[in-house]
Design a protein around this ligand. Structure first.
Ligand code: FMN
Length: 208
């Protein structure tokens, strides 16, 4: 009986059924460091301690990045014509997820540690959290793909800066990265042809 149960548990884990989605705790929307002190601290890190962030920290990080901050569904970062085309993929040790701002949860994309694909530099694999900002061009109305990509790049800039400011305020470190092997990461995130990886950004504790 015990053996059957453990085989069943192993099958569930191997099939990735154990964590289809993660309900995040409520983000911390108050407090933090005064803005001018945060600006004085903002910088790019290229070394991360492997210590995990707590679910609350991840929730607050994502809310600061591109959470919903008003009853009409608008967000902590602006987006051209309120397209809200950016999805945040979250690479954690236990798997890759996509942030669903409305329900404050992470939906499982793949139950594997693919953090090393979040960049081409050696330190990338050490960071406990890597965010991948992906633009869904299908949400951007009419216009050429080039126009959509230009707009999507700008929109991600605001989100990335929110992450910089949150991390500086929380005593965490972060760094944006354009250097990502998109051909390798895109399929692992199961992206459609109209989804584009714009930028990756790791966050974590500073390496002692
Ligand atoms: C769009 C963008 C792409 C970047 N790509 C990388 C990258 O691939 N690798 C890296 O180490 N830093 C990257 N950075 C970080 C910059 O190198 C960094 O912001 C710059 O050197 C200034 O340093 P600071 O952020 O500490 O002020 C990128 C920054 C931006 C805004």
């Amino acid at each position: 009986m015990k053996r059957t149960l453990s085989i069943f548990a192993a099958a569930i884990i191997a099939g990735g059924l154990f964590a289809q989605s993660i309900d995040l705790p409520a983000p911390q929307k108050t407090g933090g460091m005064p803005l001018m002190e945060v600006l004085a601290k903002r910088s790019t890190a290229r070394a991360f301690d492997s210590k995990d962030l707590s679910p609350r920290q991840i929730s607050s990080l994502l809310w600061a990045a591109f959470g919903i901050n008003r009853p009409d569904g608008k967000r902590t970062a602006p987006s051209a014509r309120n397209f809200q085309e950016t999805d945040i993929y979250v690479l954690l040790k236990q798997g890759a997820y996509v942030y669903i701002a409305k329900s404050n949860k992470l939906d499982l994309v793949v139950a594997e540690d693919i953090r090393a694909l979040g960049g081409t530099q050696a330190f990338v694999k050490d960071a406990p959290v890597t965010l991948v900002f992906v633009a869904d061009l299908s949400k951007m109305g009419s216009g050429s793909n080039e126009e959509k990509k230009n707009t999507a790049n700008i929109d991600v800039g605001y989100i990335s800066q929110n992450v910089y400011l949150f991390c500086a305020s929380e005593g965490l470190v972060t760094g944006a990265r354009g250097s990502v092997d998109r051909a390798a990461l895109g399929p692992r995130l199961k992206l459609r042809p109209d989804q584009m990886i714009i930028l990756a950004q790791s966050a974590g504790y500073p390496k002692p």
